[in-house]
Design a protein around this ligand. Structure first.
Ligand code: UTP
Length: 595
């Protein structure tokens, strides 16, 4: 190898580099130097000093290089373009007029809902679930992976167990293993693998789960896209965002393999949303009915609410773009174009632009084409914080980012993009915030999105299903637990092996009554006919495979009951109390009366 560049440090000359770096690392160093990144090596110690650190540094560079389609020089090339755009202060929505997106409203139950759900159940046999779970969860501050957090503490089921149980129940029912793809990151990879191994994949065969690990990307310290250093011999790396899932599905060949195995739809879900499968089947059904290539599950949004709104952006001479527009951009855009009053409520009090919750259904065939043409790098952006009005230097290093919901920005072939609107609590209640922040959000009239509100809503979905089946449900009053409202009952858990759809619940439950703080858990092939579960009682049925259970004309008695016990101040501070309880502020205890 010849030294190509006068600035090349001697450490990369043949003799010094021999045995220290791989050919690929030396090649990369040369590429980077030609790309204007010689500062990465400028303060290196003389050959023979700091070899261990040098090696680690080169390995980190190569890792970042291999993780990005086209390598680090493609990354810096993209960065320079995006940084120049950002510095120009160009309005990304210049010339666009927002209009309501093509949408289907399934925010209440009825024949349309049932038809969509029946269609979606069929299509689910040709779907795969993509779970993005690489996020740090800084707002929650939990010291473990979010997938391990229990969605409920009556029987203490983790989010991952909950998702896997649905995939298993649906696979068994539909006669086809539904693939589960999990995106992890360096923060969550080990924890996710450990949990899967410790729980025997929650009953899913090994081949049904694929793990794709996202990597961090290098931070950029200036407009020239100079790669930033944390310190000598250490790159500063930052998260690239959940849009990495598109890259990984492409570069790993997973998307292609799924298509070859007959998968037609991908359902993208988040790490802590226990409600997702209440709505997902009906939404997949809507994709099939309406021919949507990209379908966002969305919620009704009050104008001004701090949730991105999905809008169809109309621009002369360009195809419409249906995309999530951040709420702080949507209102000025409306004011500047079609609505001088900004985002105004409709007759029901909602914005015309439904709220994005990042639950997506993507048709695989057009998706493959988009991945191919974009090399899997989807709609990157950069958000530099400039240090002054000259917009030439940054307050702190920036990086390119990508969001999975921005995929439509890469559509070029008239792909059909739509939205399916559901009742908010029915489809989305994530566990994102620590209790103190959640209580503050409650005070400001915003959804708390805490572990407790997520559990509260999980039970509420259960009650909603019972009501839809015709059972009489009397709620107990709401209480405040650590500043977050909680309806203490009835606490209803209907496992996926009991029911995948509303139609299943209707078929399995006839009549009956449940009230107050009663608890009901149904798993497996269980039928209830005229069953009463009064306050202070519980009915827990775990039917084994092949052993159906029918309970008829029965009233539960207070032999065993489940009680919510708020944690004391001392317990809230104590390491002896599991963290998953402290992030919600209560435990649920089972007491059994001996008669
Ligand atoms: P969130 O918005 O909840 O972000 O991500 P977060 O990073 O997990 O939490 P905070 O903001 O630090 O509090 C939405 C979904 O996207 C995943 C998360 O795991 C979650 O399921 N995600 C986020 C990734 O997979 N990778 C990322 O780089 C970021």
């Amino acid at each position: 190898m010849q030294i190509q560049n006068a600035q090349e440090p001697t450490v990369f000359s043949n003799n010094s580099a021999a045995g220290l770096f791989s050919d690929a690392e030396i090649q990369l160093a040369r590429e980077l130097i030609s790309d204007g990144q010689s500062h990465l090596f400028s303060d290196w110690d003389e050959p023979g000093v700091g070899d261990h650190e040098k090696r680690r540094f080169m390995a980190a560079l190569l890792n970042a290089h291999l993780a990005y389609p086209g390598g680090l020089t493609a990354y810096t090339r993209n960065a320079r373009l995006l940084l120049a755009e950002a510095a120009s202060g160009a309005n990304p929505f210049e010339g666009c007029t927002p209009a309501q997106p093509d949408l289907v409203d399934l925010s209440s139950f009825g024949p349309d809902y049932d038809a969509a759900e029946a269609e979606g159940l069929k299509c689910f046999a040709e779907s795969a679930v993509v779970l993005v779970a690489g996020g740090l969860g800084e707002r929650l501050g939990y010291h473990g992976i979010k997938l391990d957090i229990p969605v409920e503490v009556t029987e203490t089921t983790s989010y991952l167990a909950h998702y896997a149980s649905l995939i298993k129940a649906a696979s068994d029912r539909l006669g086809r293993p539904i693939p589960l793809i999990i995106m992890t990151s360096r923060d969550t990879d080990e924890g996710t693998r450990t949990t899967l191994a410790a729980n025997k994949n929650f009953g899913l065969p090994e081949g049904q789960i694929t793990i794709l690990r996202q990597e961090l990307v290098p931070a950029l310290s200036d407009m020239k896209a100079s790669l930033a250093l944390e310190k000598k011999y250490e790159l500063l790396l930052k998260p690239h965002g959940h849009g990495d899932i598109h890259t990984l599905l492409h570069t790993s060949g997973t998307a292609k393999k799924l298509a070859e195995s007959g998968v037609r739809y991908l359902l993208f879900i988040q790490d802590t949303n226990g409600q997702v499968f209440n709505a997902a089947l009906a939404a997949i059904g809507v994709s099939e009915q309406r021919g949507y290539d990209f379908n966002s599950i969305a919620v009704n949004r009050i104008p001004g609410e701090a949730v991105g709104g999905i809008a169809r952006l109309v621009k002369n001479g360009a195809p419409d773009l249906t995309i999530n527009v951040e709420y702080n951009l949507l209102d000025p855009l409306l004011r500047a174009t079609v609505s001088p009053e900004g985002d105004v409520p409709d007759e029901k009090g909602f914005s015309k632009f439904p709220g994005n919750i990042n639950l997506l259904i993507v048709r695989l065939a057009p998706y493959l084409k988009v991945l191919e043409s974009s090399g899997g790098v989807v709609a990157e952006f950069v958000n530099p914080k400039f240090s002054d009005a000259t917009r030439t230097s940054f307050k702190k290093p920036a990086r390119l980012e990508t969001l999975m919901q921005d995929l439509p920005k890469n559509f070029t072939s008239g792909e059909k993009v739509g939205v399916t609107v559901f009742d908010r609590v029915w489809c989305f209640s994530a566990c994102k915030n620590n209790l103190a922040d959640a209580a503050q959000k409650v005070a400001q009239n915003s959804p708390p999105e805490s572990a407790s509100s997520a559990e509260n809503d999980f039970y509420e979905a259960g009650r909603t299903k019972l009501r839809a089946a015709g059972m009489t449900v009397e709620d107990s009053p709401q209480e405040m637990l650590q500043g977050v409202p909680f309806t203490t009952g009835p606490r209803v858990i209907l496992r996926p092996s009991f029911a995948l759809t509303l139609a299943d619940v209707r078929e399995k439950i006839q009549g009956g009554h449940i009230s107050g703080d009663a608890t009901l858990v149904l798993e497996g092939d269980v039928h209830l006919k005229n069953v009463t579960i009064p306050a202070g009682t519980s009915l827990i049925v775990h039917a084994k495979d092949g052993a159906p259970v029918t309970i008829e004309n029965f009233t539960a008695t207070p032999k065993s009951r489940f009680t919510i016990q708020p944690l004391t101040d001392e317990e809230m501070q104590s390491d002896q109390v599991p963290e998953y309880l402290r992030i919600r502020g209560y435990r649920i205890v089972k007491s059994t009366e001996i008669s």
